[in-house]
Every structure is written in structure tokens, then in C-alpha cells.
Design a binder for this molecule. Sequence first.
Ligand SMILES: Nc1ncnc2c1ncn2[C@@H]1O[C@H](COP(=O)(O)OP(=O)(O)O)[C@@H](O)[C@H]1O
Ligand SMILES: [Mg+2]
Length: 271
Amino acid sequence: MSSGKTSSAADAGLTHLAVSLRSVTKTYDNGVMALGPFDLTVRKGEFISLLGPSGCGKSTVLRLIAELSAPSSGIVRVARHEGEVLPGHGIGFVFQEPTLMPWTSVRENVRLPLRLAGVPKAEARGRADAALASVGLADFADAFPRELSGGMKMRVSLARALVTDPDILLMDEPFAALDEITRFRLNNDLLALWRSLGKTVIFVTHSVFESVYLSQRVVVMTARPGRIQADIRIETVEPRGEAFRTSAAYSDYCRKVSAALAPSYSGQSTL
Ligand SMILES: Nc1ncnc2c1ncn2[C@@H]1O[C@H](COP(=O)(O)OP(=O)(O)O)[C@@H](O)[C@H]1O
Ligand SMILES: [Mg+2]
């Protein structure tokens, strides 16, 4: 098998694209073929969801884009600003677990990526506070993680991903562990942030409802090895809100996406 490639230098060829995966496969060292062949392009500023059953390779796709893992074959290209060549630079990653340091304040948690990048303390403090304000936590900078609800911890995790001002935000089932009301609120706040900040968002979920509510495109994956089963554009009046969530168009899209997902679940005995 030919060896895959991740392009990390400024890549003028991408122009309007944030991410391009071409014929990408990933086989882990233990022989598990997790992905592919997989082709995906994401435009700059687009909000897409990757939807698929557990184990189909969704997190693998995000790790390949973040250069935390290399493809076994095929090419992964990620748009960079001129001169940005550090691995992972320009990308923010939010995981399902907020993974906060319990021994220090919310502000220090958010400041961490800037500290690691050597940003001077006063500047980093200002940027951390601005990131916290953008997720509605301006008043909690001095709090400790244990004082926060699950939804607030996830907001801190989002602020930490935004504090470096990345162009691309990768979100791996970030709201899966939250109750429905909290999740709806975070969905709306994430959409507002996306509209105001203009970032590219690649959002992994296994909720049909969440994917349709949030994204401009829902990319449905097959069971492992993950390939693209369907790529469905969600067109509606923007900005989205509760009116969309309760509309006939929303239910129609959910039905269409569920139908595309159904074959991925058939024959799976491990769920
Ligand atoms: N580091 C790894 N080593 C071996 N197998 C892995 C590794 N990471 C993931 N896998 C396997 O690859 C498949 C896809 O994993 P993953 O991308 O995490 O799926 P998803 O996020 O869709 O649940 C799964 O079968 C998983 O067990
Ligand atoms: Mg996963």
C-alpha cells in the first residue's frame, strides 16, 4: 500500500477549500481498517457534520485533519495561512470530554494553549477573557472547573479551542453527554459563534437531529471502514432557530438523513 501524505505547508492550491481528503485510507497498526477510501472537501467557512455509527471512523477523520495521525494512503490537505507550518496550528479541537485541569481556574485552563505557544502572560490573559466572554462565561474566569455545570465546562473547552483564533474548528461529539435543554442552548450559541467568527466547523455527531439543525451539509458515513454514504445539503432560512427546529422542512431533512444512515446500521451486531 502506498504511504499517505498530509500537506502541512501553506497550500495555495486549496483556494476556497479549508480541507481536502483524496482517496484516504487508514489502517491502524493492529490491522483494523478504519477508513476509506474516503473523499471529502470542505469549503472555507462551511459548517459540516460527519454522521455515522459508532466505530465508523469519524474521530479518525478528525485526527487525520488535525495531523494527529497520518493516512495509510491518499492525501490530506489543510489550508493554512502563509507561513503557518506548525502541525495542528490553525486548528481548534473540542472533544466529548471537556478535559479541564481541575487544579486551576477557568481562565488558566483557557490560557493553556497560549502559554504553550509562548504568548506573553498579559496578552494571553486578555485573550482568554475575550474567549470566555464569547461563550458567555465572562463572570466565571476565576471559578474552578468543579464549580461549573456540564454545559459550562463544555463552554470552557470551546473557549480554549477558540483562544488561538483557529480557522478550522474540529468538534468530536462535544455535546453528546449533555441533557437535551443544555444541548439545544449550546447548539444555538455555537451557530451564533460560527456566524460571527466565520470559522470552518467540522462537527462529529451520531445524532441525526443535531446534524440537521446545525449544518449546511450532513456527510453520512457507512459502517467501518468508513466511506461516504450520502452528502446532503441542508438549505433553509438563516439564521436558524426554534422556528426551524419545529418546521416541516426540518422533519423532512431528518427523515432523509435517517434513511441515508439506515444501511450503516443494518447488519451491525456490536452496537
Ligand atoms: N489507535 C487505534 N488503534 C487501533 N484501532 C483503532 C485506533 N483508533 C481507532 N481504532 C479503531 O478504528 C475504528 C474507527 O474508530 P473511530 O475513528 O474512533 O470511530 P468513531 O469515532 O466513528 O466511533 C474503530 O473500530 C476503532 O476501534
Ligand atoms: Mg469517535
